[in-house]
Design a protein around this ligand. Sequence first.
Ligand code: BGC
Length: 434
Amino acid sequence: MNEAKGSLTRREFVGGMSTALAGALVVSGSDGPFPRGFLWGAATAAHQVEGNNLNSDEWVLEHLKPSIFAEPSGDACDHYHRYADDIALLAGLGFNTYRFSIEWARIEPEQGFFSRAELEHYRRMLAACHEHKLTPMVTFSHFTAPRWFAALGGWENPASVDLFARYAERAARHLGDQIGLATTFNEPNLPRLLGWLSFDISGGAAALLQQAARAVGSDRFGFFLFADAEKALANMIPAHERALAAMKSGPGSFPVGVSLAMADEQAAGPDSGRDEKRRSVYGAWLEAAGKSDFLGVQVYTRARVGKGKDLGPESGVELTQMGYEFWPEALEAVLRYSATQVRVPMYVTENGIGTEDDTRRIEYIRRAIAGVQNCLKAGIDVRGYIHWSLMDNYEWVFGYRPKFGLVSVDRQTQQRTLKPSARFLGDIARRNGS
Ligand code: BGC
């Protein structure tokens, strides 16, 4: 196990949690083939499920005309009001963990004004998790930020470091005693990663950002997904470190990590830029994760890396709704690679597939989890598998079309319907392994 230098032993790790949380770990399945206390969960992100995230940067972008967003998020899954039922549903399926994000744009809707009422909302969500014996894993920033922050230039502005640290400190002070684990950022390595992709999600982004700046009465508008990769990196690394220190200063005592967007990078051709890509996209963030309590690994597919660019799908390989190759084995490959790069424990914080065909989701999950099991057998320190996503939700620029959920959501009535994959993965969670 990678328990050596710089990482926590399992005992220190569990011992560092509040008694209530350690209790939640103990009741999790302990008879199955996976290690005792293994976390089994599903994830969401505030903007994608809560609905009406009015004060966020993303809300502004979604409502511009024309917009590169397929549709606005609107009510999303109304998780803001329905969280109690959703959390009960997740627990009832057999899971022991819920990964969700708290929304900065709600907590600090105007610069310097922190809403106690919104912080209390997230306290109630945490309480609901504990009531159902779910360990809450809280993401402090999942892509979105307040619109005032965007009007200051977002992550491209060096002031973002202090601003994020202050928000993280306030939120941790209010919520820390109830948090099970936390990550500062979700996929902060994305801006650099997007530069390697074979397709472009940011076409038209520059014009959109100018339009957004005018809409908020500023000369700039910075949004994470379209940020200048170098400027964002220079600010987000210290922002992560400062936020981590704030979370560590209490109340509560919970492991803090960072989760990265990763793919099974495969060298294609003699002049493949695979190693250069790994250095550029993962290097600084793996180093930051190595100095944190854990690394969150988020994997959807493989990437065939050519010279300076991914080559895109190989002909003949099945594609998912996102146009990714159906490649569940990517998870094992990424965990094995990451284990050579960091000495801290790892959690799979996202893994999943956009598809209308739930039988393919089940097959994907089955093979991905077999990969996790292979890693455990090889002595790699993986401590949880959290599926993306609990329910079909708002997939950013692509709108509601891609279906990543274990649970479907009726867009008119908000009615939740379990897909067979929800029971399939829930049963694995209950048995603590396949
Ligand atoms: C993100 C999620 C997103 C998922 C599926 C991840 O990059 O963290 O917000 O919905 O992938 O595309």
